[in-house]
Each structure stands twice: as structure tokens, then as C-alpha cells.
Design a binder for this molecule. Structure first.
Ligand SMILES: *Cc1c(COP(=O)(O)O)cnc(C)c1O
Length: 438
């Protein structure tokens, strides 16, 4: 895709992606029509250049009818809706299963829509962080998303260990503050026998770096370490094969790339080899064997699937939105297999290209620190604007660009394939040229 992006570059223009060329690319994009399935926020009467699908995905237009349908059934049926609703609420979470399995490369028995991300990480660690006197450390990446670090440090304390010594954090020693997989492997070689759990973000929320999940999973497992991945920035963004990669467990949220509403229901994966009753779970009635759940017996018989990690009955309204959003992924992927990833790489390559070109033509110092190789990135492009503070970011916002600012000089932008366009990027380029031309 980088090649075809180059071919469209107009050598006579100071622009990388002139508007006419951007529109030609949109016209040739098989996913372009999906943009109209989403509400695009407006700024000064025009569509925003919305580049924060990595933080909060946009609302599918089908969401409100999906929620209204459940409200109507509740209004009409009351408690009978558990069985008599158009989509009965009792097994409501099952409506997400096949889509989540497809998006994460799992078997249907290995995934469930439930809970929220950080809470799910704790539930999963209750099962998979089982420290002993000799094997108790946790390996993670330095500069992990703060919630993940809080969760890991509190798990260590919860079990009587000390995060200062027992949380091994791999420093970002790669180019631009990225992580080197070799550094994880070296730590596993050195401390493997003391490490109980490795938990890492599959796509780093800050740099946008995609980790080699399969490689690090098997390297850790060969040293007796259980392996979990936080897929908050990976689910709906990059291809995943959790079953084939033999990942022990994973969790994600649905409100970023999966467009399923702020704080919307999350999801988790547990590899089928852990589904037996011998795996300890923090239990609740929704994890109870379905044929016995309403016998109201005192003993817990876990469903032999990831569903047994459920504690509570499904948040139906949130799941209605999730279903509406997942429908768009299912439809796009069925109509145009592979196109989401191809377009994601093309958009992010075009974004990096226009940033490079803007630096050249304006002399502005800016540095893309997301890895450039396709296999090491998804939709997100992270860029430093050294010497330009928050006022630069505010000027972008005033012109209708919705991006994400991180002190002291970083901006994260994530053009996503289902609703961003090349025209968005062309407009971004005009605005950058306006702001950065001396
Ligand atoms: C977004 C994100 C979270 C947020 O956690 P919630 O429990 O959904 O609030 C946690 N971890 C990572 C890596 C994230 O990117």
C-alpha cells in the first residue's frame, strides 16, 4: 500500500495528499460506504476530522434503534423479556460470541462479552496469577496503561508481594520509545523461574506498537510462565489468532476500535485448555452450568467455557449497542475480506507520509515514533512535535481535528478503516501546513 500511496503523490504539489487525489482514493475504497453507518461529530457545520477511534469509537447509527428495541421489550414484557423478548435477555451475551471469536481468532467457547476491562483483568488474574513462594513475579512493559499497572501492582500486594521488587517492567529501549521483543526474552531467560505471569498490552496505547504476541507467548510459556494480553488497543484494530497462538487469557474493551459506547461491555478470552472445573474462578451465578442455574443450588458447577468467568447477568442495553457495532464489522469483513486491515495500513501509511512531507516542506521538527513496519503497527500513528506545546494541539482542535494530546509534546491519531477517509487526511494536511508553515 505504501507503493500505491507514493504513486499518487503529486511531484508538483507541496502536498502529499491533495484533495482531488484523496477523493479518488475514497471512490476506489470498498469500505467507503461504511462511513455513512456512523455519526461523525461536527465542527463549525462540517464533519470533524475524527482521529480518536483508538480512544472512543464513533456511534453506529443503528445503535439507538437497537437500544430502543430492548427498552420497548422491557416496557411491553417486564420480566418476561428474559425469555420472550425478540432477543431474549437470558442468553443475550451469546449474541456477541461468534463475532468476538472471529475478531480475536478464538473458538466460540473461548470468548465472552462481559464486565469491564480492568475488572476483567482482575477476575482473570484471580485464576491465572497463582503465585508460589518461588514463582511469584509479574512481567510487564514499562509505561503500560496506568490502569494495568495499578491492577498488576495491587495483585502483587493482594498476595503479599512487593511491586517495587516483584513487578518486572521492561523499559522501552527501542527506537522512539518502543519496546524490543528481545528485552522481554532476555528478562524471561534471566528471571523465568521466578515469574508467574506475563501480562502486556498487545498494542501499546502510547506508541501504537504491535507486539509479536505469538512469539512472546510461546517464549514465556516455554519457561513455565502463564501469559495474558491486554487487547484494549488491538481488538477491532489488528488481526488476532488467540487460539492458534495458545495465549492463556486476554481481555479488551469495546468502546475504542469496536465502537460499542463509552464504558460499554467488555470481553475476555480464556484458552480452552483452562476451561476445566480445576481452574479456580471467582464465581457468580452467570458462570453456573446453564442447565442448573435456576435450580438455585448451593454448589457452583462452572460452564466449561469462557462464559464461566461471568459473574452477573448481561447488561442488555450496553450489549445492544455492542451487537449493532459488531454487525458492521461482520458485514464489512464478509463483503470485503481483509479490506479493513489493508485500508487501516493504507490510511496510517498515508498519515505518516503526509507528516513526513509536512516536516520537509515547512521545516517543522516532528517525529513519528510509531514503528513504520506494517506488522508492528495498526491504525494509530503517534507523533512528537518537539517545542510545540498544548497550544499547537488546541489550534488543531479549533480547526475541527479531533486527536489525542499527551504531555509534553505527543499527539496520537488513529484513522480507522470503517469511518475515516483519505479526504479526512487531506484536510488534516491542509491544516498542518497552515499551522506549521513559518
Ligand atoms: C483503555 C484502556 C484501559 C481502560 O480500562 P477500563 O477498565 O475500560 O476503564 C485499560 N488498559 C488499557 C491498555 C487501555 O488501553
Amino acid at each position: 500500500m505504501q507503493g500505491s500511496t507514493k504513486a499518487l503523490m503529486d511531484p508538483l504539489s507541496t502536498r502529499y495528499l491533495p484533495l482531488a487525489q484523496a477523493r479518488l482514493r475514497d471512490a476506489a475504497d470498498p469500505l467507503f460506504s461504511y462511513r455513512s453507518e456512523f455519526f461523525i461529530p461536527h465542527h463549525a457545520g462540517e464533519d470533524c476530522v475524527y482521529l480518536t477511534g483508538n480512544s472512543l469509537g464513533l456511534q453506529p447509527k443503528a445503535a439507538s434503534a437497537a437500544v430502543q428495541a430492548e427498552l420497548d421489550d422491557w416496557q411491553r414484557l417486564g420480566v418476561e423479556g428474559h425469555f420472550a423478548a425478540k432477543n431474549p435477555w437470558m442468553p443475550y451475551h451469546e449474541r456477541m460470541t461468534s463475532s468476538l471469536a472471529r475478531l480475536t481468532g478464538a473458538r466460540p467457547s473461548e470468548v465472552v462479552a462481559m464486565g469491564s476491562l480492568t475488572a476483567n483483568l482482575h477476575f482473570l488474574m484471580a485464576s491465572f496469577y497463582r503465585p508460589t513462594a518461588s514463582r511469584y513475579k509479574i512481567l510487564t512493559e514499562a509505561k503500560a496503561f496506568p490502569s494495568d499497572r495499578y491492577a498488576l501492582a495491587s495483585q502483587l500486594r493482594w498476595h503479599g508481594f512487593n511491586p517495587d521488587t516483584d513487578l518486572l517492567e521492561i523499559a522501552p529501549n527501542g527506537p522512539g520509545g518502543t519496546h524490543l521483543p528481545e528485552d522481554f526474552e532476555a528478562a524471561l531467560d534471566k528471571h523465568g523461574s521466578e515469574i508467574a505471569l506475563m501480562l502486556v498490552g498487545g498494542v501499546n496505547y502510547f506508541t501504537g506498537q504491535v507486539f509479536p504476541i505469538e512469539r512472546l507467548t510461546s517464549y514465556a510459556q516455554e519457561r513455565g510462565v502463564l501469559v495474558g494480553w491486554d487487547l484494549a488497543h488491538a481488538a477491532g484494530n489488528v488481526p488476532l489468532e488467540l487460539h492458534a497462538w495458545k495465549v492463556d487469557f486476554a481481555a479488551w474493551c469495546s468502546y475504542k476500535y469496536l465502537n460499542s459506547s463509552p464504558g460499554g461491555v467488555a470481553g475476555l478470552f480464556v484458552h480452552e485448555r483452562h476451561h476445566g472445573a480445576e481452574t479456580l474462578r471467582l464465581a457468580g451465578w452467570w458462570g453456573q452450568d446453564k442447565s442448573r442455574r435456576f435450580l438455585m443450588e448451593p454448589d457452583f458447577h462452572p460452564i466449561p467455557s469462557a462464559e464461566s468467568w461471568q459473574l452477573s447477568n448481561a447488561p442488555v442495553l450496553s450489549m445492544a449497542v455492542h451487537r449493532a457495532a459488531l454487525d458492521l464489522f461482520d458485514r464489512a469483513d464478509a463483503e470485503h475480506p481483509g479490506a479493513r486491515r489493508v485500508k487501516s495500513l493504507a490510511l496510517s501509511a498515508a498519515l505518516m507520509g503526509l507528516l513526513d512531507r509536512t516536516a520537509q516542506t515547512t521545516g517543522a521538527a516532528l517525529e513519528v515514533f510509531t514503528p513504520r513496519a506494517d506488522h508492528e503497527r495498526g491504525s494509530q500513528v503517534s507523533v512528537r512535535f518537539p517545542g510545540r506545546g498544548k497550544s499547537f494541539f488546541d489550534a488543531l482542535t479549533e480547526r475541527g481535528v479531533v486527536a489525542d494530546w499527551r504531555e509534553p509534546d505527543c499527539i496520537r491519531m488513529a484513522p480507522v478503516p470503517l469511518y475515516n477517509s483519505f479526504e479526512d487526511l487531506s484536510r488534516l494536511e491542509s491544516i498542518l501546513l497552515e499551522l506549521l508553515t513559518p
